[in-house]
Design a protein around this ligand. Structure first.
Ligand code: PLP
Length: 411
């Protein structure tokens, strides 16, 4: 009897699972040790999150210390030092004006909270028709109902639920080279519908799970000023891009803008614990007033202690130089793949390297090829991509790009 295959639901999978799962025994640094004896480099950082690698002694010790003090306590009516410390840190590092922090337990939940904040802001502001959202096509914001309603409606994975999802507005996807067009389309939408729109929500600079699309900071800057012009709030989803991944601490920093609400998650705890946050400014919080949301595990002290340790590690490292070096190496080693006939495009920003193929990959076959090269990546559709832990060294990163090349040339 295979419990994993026949009884456990894996992400975006069915039971029984038709693709193999690899059993992880332990993990250290950038390496995953598999039960089948393989040791592979995690080029995914466990979905953008393990920026300092696995089994990091600094984060381990911070959490062990916290366990001996208090592991969890309800946040209704009670508070604790790890949450206060984390709040202070987040105010300091996030864009200007963002200083009201709502701790959530996953990225999707932080998106739900940000949508609720925006809706409640306009309700309390007397503009009761502002009940819709606008978002660029090709986005991904999570798997819960509010989040699904702002994911790409066609290419996204949630089209099955379209009939019950809230109806929102979708505008042209920004891509390198179409900034002016994409902004014009957004402006046209606002001209006709701004009185019904509570907020624009988007991923800054890089659209992640919706297609690994990199766009020009000018689009983000333009969106900020159009939102101001038409009285529409701006929600920026930095769940994937936050904490240095794109070469700036936050994607917003590329355009030097500040959103009305910022969502963070994934790398917040260095990948150790599930935690996210929706952070806003006093203009919003003053008008919102009481927010009817309160997860059971809100601001879990163990998660806060992991986040505090992870942020401290990041800030005291020379992360900007390291990400710059990773970016140069990814460019040097992946760009030549543009000449392969199976390759449609190669895109790199910060510690993100993407190869888009002309045809979808066979996930199972390419996964086996990658494992044989000593690398863990998770190709999806036409996309083969890496976002390695920041602690990866040059040789290990070369192993990843070599493995990607092997997959590409054996298409
Ligand atoms: C992963 C992700 C989410 C959802 O976060 P979960 O923790 O999986 O709920 C939302 N937005 C973006 C941009 C993401 O990358």
């Amino acid at each position: 009897m295979n419990i994993d295959k026949n009884h456990i639901w894996h992400p975006y999978a069915k039971i029984p699972n038709k693709v193999p799962t690899y059993h992880v025994d332990s993990a250290d640094g950038v390496y995953l040790s598999l039960k089948n004896g393989n040791r592979v480099i995690d080029g995914m950082s466990s979905w953008w999150s393990m920026i300092h690698g696995y089994n990091n002694s600094f984060i381990n010790n911070a959490m062990k210390k916290q366990i001996d003090s208090v592991s969890h306590v309800m946040f209704g009516g009670l508070t604790h030092q790890p949450a206060i410390e984390l709040c202070e840190k987040l105010i300091k590092i996030t864009p200007q004006g963002l200083d009201k922090v709502f701790f959530a337990d996953s990225g999707s939940v932080s998106v739900e909270v940000s949508l609720k904040m925006a809706l409640q802001y306009w309700q309390n502001n007397g503009q009761k028709n502002k009940t819709h959202f606008v978002t660029p096509r090709g986005g991904y914001h999570g798997d819960t109902f509010g989040a699904m309603s702002v994911c790409d409606p066609k290419k996204g994975m949630h089209h099955l639920f379209n009939s019950v999802l809230a109806k929102n507005y979708f505008v042209t996807q920004p891509k390198t080279g179409n900034t002016v067009q994409a902004l014009a389309d957004f402006e046209k939408r606002l001209e006709t519908s701004h009185s019904k729109i509570a907020a624009m929500i988007l991923e800054p600079i890089v659209q992640g799970a919706g297609g690994m699309n990199i766009y020009d900071p000018k689009y983000l800057k333009g969106v900020r000023s159009l939102c101001d012009k038409f009285d529409v709030l701006l929600i920026v989803d930095e769940i994937a891009t936050g904490f240095g991944r794109t070469g700036e601490l936050f994607g917003c920093n590329h355009a030097n803008i500040s959103p009305d609400i910022l969502c963070i998650g994934k790398a917040l705890t260095g990948g150790y614990m599930t935690m996210a946050a929706a952070i806003t400014n006093s203009k919003i919080s003053d008008t919102v007033g009481v927010l009817m949301h309160g997860p059971t595990f809100m601001a879990n002290p163990l998660s806060c202690s992991a986040a505090n340790a992870s942020i401290e590690l990041l800030l005291k490292s020379n992360w900007q130089k390291r990400i710059g070096d990773i970016q140069s190496q990814l460019i040097n080693e992946l760009e030549p793949l543009k000449d392969e006939k199976s390759v449609y495009d190669v895109r790199v920003i910060g510690a993100i390297g993407v190869v888009e193929l002309k045809e979808p990959l066979d996930m199972q076959i390419s996964q086996e090829q990658l494992i044989n090269c000593g690398v863990w990546l998770r190709p999806y559709g036409k996309l083969l991509y890496t976002m390695p832990p920041f602690i990866i060294n040059d040789k290990e990163l070369s192993k990843i790009t070599y493995a990607m090349k092997e997959v590409v040339i054996n298409q």
